[in-house]
Design a protein around this ligand. Sequence first.
Ligand code: PHE
Ligand code: FE
Length: 293
Amino acid sequence: MNTTVDQADFFKTLEEKSDGGTLRGDYSQCNAQYIVRQNWPAYTPQQHALWRKLYQRQAKLLPGRACELFIDSLARLDAADEIPRLDRTSEALTKATGWELVAVPGLIPDLTFFEHLAARRFPVTVWLREPHEFDYIVEPDVFHDFFGHVPLLFNPIFADHLQQFGNGGLKALKLDALKYLARLYWYTVEFGLIDSPHGLRAYGAGILSSGGEIEHCLNSATPRRIALDAERVMRTLYKIDSYQETYFVIRDYQHLFDATAPDFTPIYERLKKKEALPANSLLPGEVNIAPNK
Ligand code: PHE
Ligand code: FE
C-alpha cells in the first residue's frame, strides 16, 4: 500500500525542523511517492569529477575504520569513476537482495520514506553537493545516500533488517512514536559502531560517508561510546548539525538484530512517560567504551 503525503503538508511540517522549511531539491517533478527520474545525462563533467574526489578521499579512509562487510560490498559496486546510474545499480541490487533504488529529490516525508523501506525500495537523492560543501552538507545528497547506504543493502541480512525498520516505522507512526524509532535509526543505521577483534569499526552510513566523523567517532576521547540498548537509544536526543556526542556500539550484527526484534509497543508506552536524555549523557552503571587510540 502506498499513501500519499501532500507536498504542502510535507513542507509545512519541515518548517519546524529547518529554517524556513526549504529544501535543496526540485520537488516539482516527483510523483505521489516522491519518486523522480535521475536524469543522469544532466550531470556535468565537473560533478562527476567532484564525485570521484569524494569517493577517493572516502575509500582511502575505510581500511581500519569501516566494518569489513561495508568494505567488501563497496568494492563490488564499481562506483568510483562517476556518479552512478541508479537504474543500473538497482538492477544488480534486485538480483542480489530483491531491493531496488528509487530516485528522490531529497528528504521525503517520514511516512513515504518508511513505506519505501517496507517495500524494499531505497530512496536515493539525485543532487550532488557543491565543491564548497566537500566536507559538510546539511541535507543528505547522492554521495551520502549512495556511498553510505547502498553497499550494505547488498547483504541479505542487512537488507531484511532495513525492511523491518520500514515496517517498524509505519507501526511507530500509528502509535505516535516515530520520534523514538527515528532516534534508533539515527544511532544505528546512520551512526552505528561495531566492535571487532581489531577494535571499533563504523557501520553507520552517516559516518561512512563523512570525511571527518569517521576518524572522530573511533579515535576521539570526546564522545561517549555506549553498548547498544534499544530503549536507551530511543530515549536519547541527537544532533544533526555537529559530530555525534554519543555513539552506540554493537558487539556483532546479531546484537543489532536481537535488540530491534522485540515488539516496541510496550517500550513506546514507557518512553512516553519519561524525559528524553541529552545527547551527551552517561547513566549510572553505563560503561564508556574506550576509543581505538
Ligand atoms: N521491532 C520493532 C517494532 O516492534 C520494529 C523494528 C524492527 C525496528 C527492526 C527496527 C528494526 O516496532
Ligand atoms: Fe542517511
